[in-house]
Design a protein around this ligand. Sequence first.
Ligand code: SAM
Length: 281
Amino acid sequence: MTDWFHETLHPSVRQSLRIDKVIYEGRSRHQDILIFENEYLGRVLVLDGIVQTTEADEFYYHEMLGHVPIVGHGAVKSVLIVGGGDGGLLEEVLKHPVDRVVLVDIDGEVVRLCREHLPSICGGAFEDPRTELVIGNGIDFVRETELRFDVIIVDSTDPVGPGRMLFDEAFYASCRCVLNVGGVIVTQNGVPFFQGSELTQTHRHFSHLFRRSGFFLAPVPTYAGGHMAFGWASELIDLSAMDIETLRLRLDAHRFDSRYYNADVHISAFAVPPCTRALMS
Ligand code: SAM
């Protein structure tokens, strides 16, 4: 009999993926972890019943979450990733000439299992000498660290389970304190069609804490419901004001391979349609 995984993210709409082979199924101290194979998507990582990433489409999400703030900032040396235990974002960030990337994930099991079973997503990112892996709660880390960062990227689970507090204003306020002058924070804010309140809430928190903030959009095929929203905020930099000539110059000065991201995609990602903009009011 064919087995199907039914994602339980939304109460009235379900996404189902065929399970061709279970690679791992278990529970860590923090969450249920499932890794399975699907003929079309390759290996799929699921935490607490919600699809996190798949081999087939991870690049849409990880490239946009990593390259947009780093290229938009223009002189990034230090990056903090909160969450991101699959290592896919880390791999993209390390394509830039950064000195240090600290990745703080609450769940060492996710990191261990992804390194073992999803090496195509993290590549050699965890072995890179610029990577510092911290297993711990991102909330505590930003509250206690004396390090400072040019870019903070919150690659969290949805606001349920251990990721819930990563959407609170108190967490963003702590992040603000550990950003260098001109630093930028970027967050994943779900798919506005289904998770509009996430965008509204983050927008409210960012507008309280930062002088500049907004959202950019990208499709992520296995996050059902259309475009996904990424929040950004900064005291100094207006990430949405980047012009195409500056962007092309930056990308010419530092070339890296990508499958979804390029200069045109970067600029167009900041075109926010009225139905999404309405969630910011
Ligand atoms: N791309 C994914 C998405 O949008 O759903 C996120 C993937 S990544 C695997 C999410 C990671 O956030 C998980 O590894 C989880 O352990 C981590 N995480 C959740 N809550 C956390 C917290 N409070 N501090 C640090 N990491 C956390």
